[in-house]
Design a protein around this ligand. Structure first.
Ligand code: IVH
Length: 676
């Protein structure tokens, strides 16, 4: 090799190493060392060299990974009113001091009314509506100038492109500058990270990073695949005539914007404020999204105006920050779990430690590469964090605390569940068990099949699945539909009532959508979004089964890797048998997609009380026609509770679970709402 060529090879290797290192800092440690612009320069240089010398490009190069770090060149948007931040408080005393300061500033000792609401851990965004139409959306940036992310924001289902105006309510002002937090649900975050690890990409450190990374994609199609959501919590300039923050939130909701209404509480005393902040901290782990504190606001807008702002934060509001979600503990042992795709995940068993109110015993270590990079051993004292996951992760080992008795961990060469030889596919970081009958994979597939976004069988949890398999009552998914009442009664802790409910849930799942069913099959690379694309395009499963790779890649959003995976799946006679056994159980597939851009499709509704405009049976029909489903009781998979006159106990349950509660008007609006 010539000297020049040697030089080039070296430069490429150095660039790749640097980019991998900075990816790790950005995604895994949430602690970038270099600016985005600098990162982009490294990345572009590597791309250029690889383009000039394709023979030096390898599958392991960071340029070969789709969904690498977002490239940032958005245009700028100047905020009409600066987007401020909040002062933080950490104790009861801090909150009382805040109240005192306010009274002192106002020169009046009479009680001030406050609102308290969850502080969502995402990123601040401003939406500008002109003439009721969304014209510009921007990130906070430095508070004065943000990035123009309008195209990406438009892909978020729950953000209306046009505001609505109801009879007998105030019309939205023109322009309306709404502010809120864009975030990613915990479940979506976990799914995204699982997919990323599966593809050998760095997982995001936390849902906030995942949301920010997803919103700051140059290609809105990438953003569209990421399940982002937004809660609105305030406005920039606005001349609407309302008197309090609480009323303003109701107005925003009437105009079609999403606000976190069930959790906004009006507090008449500072003791109430403290109590509610504590309450939110206690129930924090029950939220479907990450909250990192509570936001306290003076309720009266006129008082807010009088109080004004300091340099960077308003005087009328303060954040109460929850205790940290990172803790130190010890790794007692590391073992390996086998997932439904056969992927092996090393899991650390920890000395139990409390993280944001939840006792944590295990943490994921992702894969061997991560263990090596973080240099983690059995016996190490480590920092663990709840990155929104039910299973938290190990951030790093504290090496200064080593005693010399720590043990290195090496991934097994045989599957711990079935003993098969482990495989490593070319270009992948993950190790896999190749045996499709591996009991761990079978159990994982069943869990996936019944999960919320798939067949949505409420009440069929891990423990029941494990027992059903162990007792030989089921061997695969289709067997679920043959289960009888007496079978279920043989299980631990299952009595008449729970057996009846479970059978009803299993039976109810037979009426589903094609998209849900496709997702439930667990075809590699077919997540909920791709399943929806396929359902929309093909309409029935036979047509999909006959599709060629060319036909599949012709669909916007489906690349060669997904297409190949689908074709391979349907070529396999076992898989085709599996599908026909499922369909023989009486599963009916509606062509409508489960997550088409409609707020109804794929959602579970529960009705309570009587509606004035329609009978329940009619409501049920409309919801089902639009791809939603109606369940009889409120549970963890309920998306909306619709309350009519004299609602019963369901309302309390829904509030406890944080289910969205709709009155009749809101429900009707949802039914007619067309997005896009
Ligand atoms: S009100 C003047 N309400 O927290 C700023 N902020 O640390 C008024 N945040 O930049 C903000 N949830 O991005 C408000 N319910 C909520 C919030 C919230 C999250 C974020 C927001 C802000 C940051 C301040």
């Amino acid at each position: 090799m010539s000297e020049e060529m040697n030089e080039l090879v070296r430069e490429i290797e150095v660039l790749r190493e640097k980019i991998r290192y900075h990816n790790h800092r950005y995604y895994a440690l949430d602690d970038p060392e270099i600016s985005d612009a600098e990162y982009d320069r490294l990345f572009k240089r590597l791309l250029e060299l690889e383009r000039q010398h394709p023979e030096l490009t390898t599958p392991a190069s960071p340029t070969q990974k789709v969904g690498a770090r977002p490239q940032v060149t958005f245009s700028e948007v100047k905020h009409r009113l600066p987007m401020l931040s909040l002062e933080n408080s950490f104790s009861d005393q801090d909150i009382r001091d805040f109240d005192m300061r306010i009274k002192r500033f106002l020169g009046d000792d009479s009680p001030v009314q406050y609102t308290v609401e969850p502080k969502i851990d995402g990123l601040a965004v401003e939406l500008v509506y002109e003439n009721g139409v969304l014209t510009v959306a921007s990130t906070r940036g430095d508070g004065y100038v943000g990035e123009n992310v309008t195209q990406n924001i438009r892909t978020i289902m729950t953000i209306p492109l046009t505001l609505t105006q109801k009879k007998n309510t105030l019309p939205p002002p023109d322009p309306l500058e709404v502010r809120g937090e864009v975030y990613m649900d915990l479940e979506a975050f976990e799914n995204l990270n699982r997919e990323r690890v599966d593809k050998g990409l760095q997982p995001f450190a936390n849902p906030r990073n995942a949301a920010a990374g997803s919103l700051r994609q140059l290609d809105p199609r990438v953003t569209a695949k990421r399940p982002l959501n937004m809660f609105c919590y305030g406005v920039g300039t606005m001349n609407a005539s309302c008197e309090t923050h609480h009323e303003l939130m109701i107005l925003l909701q009437q105009w079609g914007l999403r606000v976190n209404r069930p959790y906004i509480r009006i507090c008449d005393t500072i003791t109430d404020v403290i109590d509610y902040c504590r309450h939110l901290e206690e129930v924090r782990a029950q939220f479907f999204y990450e909250i990192d504190g509570a936001v306290i606001k003076v309720n009266r807008l006129a008082l807010q105006t009088r109080l004004g702002q300091k340099t960077r934060s308003p005087r009328w509001s303060m954040a109460y920050k929850f205790k940290a979600t990172q803790e130190t503990t010890v790794i007692v042992k590391i073992d390996v779990q086998v997932g439904r795709t056969g992927a092996l995940t090393p899991v650390a068993h920890l000395k139990p430690v409390e993280l944001s109110g939840v006792l944590v015993r295990r943490a994921t270590l992702h894969n061997q590469e991560e263990i090596e990079k973080k240099d983690i051993c059995e016996g190490d004292t480590v920092i663990v964090q709840r990155a929104g996951d039910v299973i938290p992760e190990v951030v790093k080992a504290i090496k200064s605390m080593r005693t010399g008795r720590e043990k290195r961990f090496v991934m097994p060469s045989e599957c711990p569940a079935c003993g098969s030889d482990i495989l490593k596919r070319e270009g992948e970081v993950v190790l896999r068990c190749p045996n499709p009958n591996c009991p761990a994979q079978v159990k994982g597939s069943l869990k996936h099949f019944v999960s919320k976004g798939a067949m949505n069988i409420d009440g069929l949890g891990d423990k029941i699945i494990a027992q059903l398999l162990k007792k030989g009552l089921i061997r695969e998914e289709a067997d679920l539909y043959d289960l009888g009442f007496d079978d279920l009664l043989t299980l631990d802790k299952i009595k008449d009532k729970s057996a009846t409910n479970l059978l009803r849930a299993i039976d109810g799942s037979k009426k589903t959508t094609l998209a849900r069913f496709l997702y439930a099959l667990g075809i590699r690379h077919v997540g909920e979004y791709v399943a929806t694309l396929l359902a929309n395009h093909f309409g029935d499963i036979e047509r999909l089964g006959r599709a060629t790779e060319e036909e599949l890649t012709g669909i916007d959003g489906i690349g060669p890797q997904i297409a190949e995976s689908i074709v391979t799946y349907f070529e396999d006679a076992h898989n085709r048998d599996h599908i026909s056994r499922l369909l023989q159980t009486g599963i009916e597939l509606e062509a409508i997609s489960s997550s088409s851009p409609s707020p109804v499709a794929g959602k579970t509704f529960v009705m309570s009380g009587t509606l004035s405009s329609m009978k329940r049976s009619e409501a049920k029909e409309i919801v089902t026609q639009r791809g939603g489903r109606i369940a009889s009781s409120v549970g963890s998979s309920t998306d909306y509770l619709v309350v009519g006159d004299s609602p019963g106990s369901k309302l309390r349950k829904a509030r406890d679970l944080g289910v969205i509660i709709l009155n009749e008007d809101e429900f009707l609006k949802l039914l007619v709402e067309e997005h896009g």
